[in-house]
Every structure is written in C-alpha cells, then in structure tokens.
Design a protein around this ligand. Structure first.
Ligand code: PA5
Length: 437
C-alpha cells in the first residue's frame, strides 16, 4: 500500500508546466542511466536491488546476533561514522521513546544504544569509557574501508576495554564487525580474532547502506522489525521505478528540486515537526550533500525541526535571502494521543485549545507555517507519510535514495563517489605523521 506521496500546492506558484516538461526528459535519461547501468558510478548501484535481493539467511543471522547482544549487554555501542552510522541512528530514533536511554532496562526492552566512533572529541571518548566502565557492553564496529580514523581510534580503545574486562575470548564474543567481505584492516582483524562478521556489499556505498547489515543489525537490537522495513523498501522500489513522472512522486521530487535550483533556490531545508526525525534529517543531509556537492554544483542540504526552529531560523526563512526551498515531511497520523486539559480558571488563557489533541495543534502550526513560508517566497514540497510504521519508513528511505541518485544524474555528477572528502584526510594524516617524527 502506497503511503508516501507528494502535496505540491506549495510549489505551484514557483514552477510552471514548461519547467516540468523540460525537466522530464532529464529525469527519464537519469532513469535509463540507472536501469542500463550506463551512468557515472554505475558499479555502485547495488542499493537499488537490496530489498529485492534480500538474503534470508543473512536476516536470520542478523536477528540471532541481535538476540545475543540483547542478552549480553546493558550498553550496545555502535562504532561508525557517516554512512556507517547515520541511517541506523536515524531509524532507531524514529522508533524509540523520546527518553529511551533514560528508561529502565525492563521498560526499554533493549540495551541502551550509544553511537560512537563518529568524532575525535577526547571529551566524548573519555566520557564514554567512564560511562560504560561498570556496565556489560557489546559493540558493533562498522567501517566499509576498515581504515577510517574516527571509528578505528574508538574501536581500539573499546577493544582494549573489553579485553581487559572479559579477556580476549570473552571480548571476541561481544565484538560484531560490519565491513568489506574480503579486504581491509578491520576485515583482517575480524578474521584473526574470530569476531562475528557482517558484510557490506562491494557495490553499495556508505550513505546508501542503511538497508544492509550496517543499518539492519543496530535496528534489530532496537527491536525494530527489519523485515517490515525491507518490505516497505521493496514496495517503494517498484512504485518509484515507474518511468512516468505523472505517477512517480520520487521522480517528481527530484525534478522539482532541480527546477528550483535552476531558479536560484540553492538551499533545501528538510523540515519535520517530529523531533525524533532529527537524525533522519542528518542522514538526508549526508546522502544528498555527499552525492551532489561536487564540480562546483549541488543544492546545499540543511534541516530544521519545527516548531522548535521557527524560534531560531524562522525569521531568516521568512524574510532572509530568497535562495531557500523547503521539503517538509508531514506525518498524517500520530498515535500518541495526548490532549490539552481544560482548567477551571483558564489562568493561562489556553482554554480555547482545551480537549484538543496536541498533534492537532502541531498540524495547525504546520499548515500555518507552510502558508507563511510560501507567501514569503519559499517554495514548499510536502512529503506526506501516513503514519510511522516500519513499512512506511522503509518506503521513505528508498524514496530519498532513489531521488538522490536521479537528482545527481540530472545535475550531471557522479552521485556515488566522494572525492572531496579525501582532502581534509590527506592534510590531517600529513600533520599526524609529522608529529610522529
Ligand atoms: O557515504 C560514504 O561513503 C561515507 O560517508 C562513509 O560512509 C564514511 O566515510 C565512513 O566510511 P567507512 O565505512 O569506510 O568507515
């Protein structure tokens, strides 16, 4: 059942039929490039077929590792950076209680899940080691290359911690590695130490890897139904592969953001009225930023959580430089059901909202904001999602991945490489090696 669709009333005054007609050909060309594997980076298209080529044996192994982790750990540390953690963190946050790590183990029904290896902050790493000192810990270290400095440093520290605490063989039972099937330092360590290993397929890049064990193992530990996620993505892979822009909302989205870009809207804000989408926005930013931002081109992907950020960024969005468009994720049904109580003396003056569902109030804020921003010259693309289920979120993941690939090809770049990321790494390694001497 289709549960992701576009509402385009907030863009109609900014684009016209001719714009769409001209962009349609580019979308179809991009579609053909993906289908025929004739575009740039075509050796990295494995993500397209991940839901279709689901490996049931692997799913079984992921679920059984997750069960083992749940039994052995109070704290499960996921070590990875960029595409090797953002997807898992995004989806786990969406399905978790807002105060998850503060709940008791019984209420949470999962270990506390902590993300590390995504920073070189000494404070963060020291605090982490101190925090887990007296707790039972399992870790999942995730790195496709196996050489990325941030996770490698954190892994060394955590590995030493685990080996001191549980002995070398005890630690090996608590270390789960997700990496390349054949090569890399992490791969070699995992083989030598006999850590349980999961594979990131060769033809799937980091930021397109959330539907591989990179995302699926941490999600399974968080009690997320990973098969429903994959079912949703499978459905989306059919719906969003139709070469007909009239019915394919994913292609429509890719087309519209490029039309807006051509008209000078070079910043896209992905907005949500649901704070648990904060890391979904971060995942989106990495997906689009690393895929499109090259050759002096690319829409700058940013994010906002409304209504919170209306009180910080709202002014700039409403009246600042007119180079912004917004893409808003609207969730039709919220199942939290909490109403504002009526009070006798109406001392706070809020009785006009008495008995109203908070989600209804949030919706009115959304509708009012879309209208204000559109009136202020900020086009709004609305992505509607029926409600927050694994099946729907699986669709949403695929929607954005496919839109990103199509959009990158429309832009004329390779959406599957990231040559620019190497520059800082080279400089940093030069400096670190210099200090060694
Ligand atoms: O999308 C990408 O390829 C990157 O963001 C990587 O995921 C990130 O740099 C981490 O790389 P690795 O998994 O090799 O440690």
């Amino acid at each position: 059942m289709k549960s992701i669709s576009l509402d385009l009333h907030g863009v109609s005054e900014f684009i016209n039929e001719t714009d769409m007609e001209l962009m349609k050909d580019k979308v179809y060309k991009a579609h053909d490039m993906l289908e025929n594997k004739s575009g740039l980076g075509s050796n990295m298209l494995g993500w397209l077929k991940l839901p279709e080529n689901r490996n049931d044996e692997e799913i079984k192994r992921i679920k059984s590792a997750a069960e083992k982790i749940k039994k052995q750990a109070d704290v499960f540390v996921v070590v990875g950076i960029g595409g090797s953690y953002l997807g898992a963190k995004a989806i786990i946050d969406i399905f978790s209680n807002s105060f998850n790590n503060l709940l008791s183990r019984e209420d949470r029904k999962t270990p506390e899940i902590i993300f590390a290896g995504n920073t070189l902050s000494a404070k963060y790493i020291r605090n982490l080691v101190e925090y887990i000192k007296d707790k039972d810990v399992a870790i999942n270290v995730i790195s496709k290359s196996g050489t990325t400095l941030e996770p490698a440093i954190t892994f060394r520290i955590l590995r030493e911690f685990l080996e001191k605490k549980y002995g070398i063989t005890g630690a090996a039972q608590r270390i789960y590695v997700t990496t390349d099937e054949r090569k890399g330092i992490l791969h070699d360590i995992a083989i030598k130490q006999e850590y349980e290993m999961f594979v990131i397929p060769d033809d799937v890049g980091g930021r397109y890897s959330v539907l591989t064990p990179v995302g699926l193992l941490p999600m399974a530990v968080a009690n997320i139904d990973i098969e429903d996620i994959l079912d949703g993505a499978l459905f989306a892979s059919h719906v969003f592969n139709q070469k007909d822009i009239e019915i394919n909302d994913c292609y429509k989205y890719a087309a519209i953001r490029n039309i807006l870009y051509q008209k000078g809207k070079s910043i896209e804000i992905l907005a949500s009225y649901e704070p648990s989408f904060q890391y979904f926005i971060e995942w989106f930013k990495q997906l689009f930023g690393e895929s499109e931002g090259k050759e002096n081109k690319g829409i700058y992907p940013s994010g906002a959580l409304f209504t919170t950020d209306l009180h910080s960024m709202g002014q700039l969005i409403q009246e600042g430089t007119r180079n912004i468009f917004e893409t808003v994720i609207d969730i039709a049904i919220d199942r939290s059901f909490i109403q504002l109580p009526a009070i006798k003396d109406n001392s706070d003056g809020l009785n006009y909202l008495a008995d109203k569902d908070i989600d209804y109030i949030n919706k009115q804020a959304f509708l009012g904001t879309v209208k204000a921003h559109v009136d202020g010259g900020v086009p709004n693309i609305i992505i509607q999602m029926e409600d927050i289920t694994e099946y729907n979120v699986g669709q949403l993941i695929y929607f954005f991945e496919k839109a990103c690939a199509i959009s990158g090809y429309i832009l004329g770049v390779n959406p599957f490489n990231q040559p620019g990321v190497e520059s800082y790494k080279r400089n940093m390694m030069d400096l670190l090696k210099k200090e060694e001497k």
